[in-house]
Design a protein around this ligand. Structure first.
Ligand code: NIG
Ligand code: FE
Length: 430
């Protein structure tokens, strides 16, 4: 599955660009689907004899190449998870039981729990323990085929801890093998020390704009700026002010939009031409139209849907993926990995939810975690498909068809993971 041909929207989201040569083919050996990799990049993709020709015309000795046999398996681009809150300390197991007894997610936050309880434990955590936690979960995600992951800060909510989270992200990125895309999310909630003041939210927004953002930009530790735009958290006006300030400092906007209730988040993301509008469980027709117009103008704001969150919140309000796809909006899928609403590290499981709850086809979910997720991270020129010149990130799956990836619910299907041309996970054979 090469996913060649650019960002998917509308009916093209269902096209995984299959390069396969049926078993009955005469001279089958020569026709075997082959990918040549050199210097961490893809040199050629296609039939063996064609690929050999490209290798030789590049002046390289094809017989000197190491080979990995994917025989019988499916090869896809390495998966990209475009929305995670990877770094935090502690878990929030007790909230699961509170919510089972009927407590609302925003109600728990309002009472000082939720995100704020993770902020309290994260502020106390050492760099080493945060890094250890990050390694553990990145390793798990790699085992599910994820070779690139977005990582948000947002459990510090003060300059020092927000910077610490971004520094740990930079350290884990250096260690590899998973490539990380850092997002500053200082506006994830209003911290306790500001909530107790009159006008506390406005004062915290000023702190994010005047203190946190400049410090993050000066350190060069974030690519994106995100805001949790939701009733009782940050309004669209506050979100706009933060995202515009971020953009002036070189951080591109993305947004938690219309997750639980409609608040105009999708419209704001479209207006700002953000990289992505995330969640969209409660997006309105106006919001969908605004995203569709951005896509039609060639400035697509990716709709990044996070169905594991909806499932874990025991809600039935899944994002309207079909309507978004039909409207021509490119759709991506992410885990939203976090301790409150999605303790879910498996992107293939999210693909299953994409099929079962969002009614996407298996091929649509594959585009959603490869080329469209790459676009949501503004990496579509180098990541997300198997095409000459792109980074050699690929996964060999222990399945006979890509449709099996979301079909085997919760299974470990990854055989081999290759990151920038290196085998970084070598699994069992079929
Ligand atoms: O995407 N909505 C805001 N942030 C996360 C939840 C974070 C938490 O509850 O700790 C989300 O769902
Ligand atoms: Fe989130």
């Amino acid at each position: 599955m090469t996913l060649a041909g650019g960002v998917r929207r509308g009916s093209s989201q269902d096209d995984p660009a299959v390069t396969s040569y049926p078993a009955g083919d005469p001279g089958r050996e020569l026709h075997t689907g082959t990918i040549a990799v050199y210097g961490g990049r893809i040199l050629a993709v296609g039939r063996l004899e064609e690929v050999k020709r490209v290798v030789e015309s590049s002046g390289l000795d094809g017989s000197a190449f190491a080979t990995v046999d994917a025989g019988g398996g499916v090869v896809t681009p390495g998966l990209l998870d475009p929305h995670t809150h990877l770094l935090f300390a502690g878990a929030r197991v007790s909230e699961l039981r509170l919510r089972q007894r009927g407590a609302g997610y925003l109600e728990i936050l309002e009472a000082g729990g939720g995100i704020l309880s993770t902020v309290a434990t994260t502020r106390e955590a050492t760099i080493e323990s945060l890094a250890q936690h990050g390694r553990r979960w990145l390793d798990e995600m790699l085992g599910h085929g994820v070779t690139t992951s977005e990582v948000k800060s947002g459990y510090g909510l003060d300059t020092e801890t927000e910077l610490r989270l971004l520094e740990v992200t930079a350290r884990l990125a250096t260690e590899g093998p998973t490539e990380l895309v850092p997002t500053f999310l200082g506006a994830h909630a209003v911290p306790r020390e500001f909530r107790d003041q009159v006008g506390g939210t406005a004062a915290y927004v000023r702190t994010v704009i005047r203190e946190q953002l400049p410090a993050v930009a000066a350190q060069g530790v974030a690519k994106f700026c995100d805001v949790f735009c939701e009733r009782g958290v940050f309004t669209p006006e506050e979100s706009r002010a933060i995202l515009e300030a971020g953009r002036r400092l070189g951080l591109e906007p993305r947004l938690h939009a219309d997750e639980l209730e409609a608040s105009g988040g999708a419209e704001l993301a479209a207006e700002l031409r953000a990289a992505s509008a995330d969640h969209l469980g409660a997006v309105t027709d106006r919001g969908i139209n605004a995203l569709a117009r951005a896509a039609d103008a060639g400035e697509a704001v990716v709709a990044t849907l996070l169905p594991a969150t909806t499932l874990f919140l025991m809600s039935d309000r899944y994002a309207p993926a079909r309507t978004l796809i039909d409207a021509g909006v490119p759709v991506a899928l992410g885990t939203d990995f976090n301790p409150g609403t999605s303790p879910a590290p498996s992107l293939p499981l999210v693909m299953s939810l994409g099929c079962l709850k969002l009614k996407m086809t298996p091929a649509e979910t594959l585009a959603a975690v490869t080329i469209n997720a790459a676009r949501a991270l503004r990496l579509e020129e180098t990541h997300g498909s198997l095409e000459p010149g792109k980074q050699a990130d690929l996964v060999i799956w222990n399945v006979a068809s890509h449709e099996e990836i979301p079909y085997w619910l919760g299974a470990r299907l990854v055989r081999t993971v290759i990151k920038q041309g290196q085998v970084v996970r070598d699994g069992r054979g079929l």
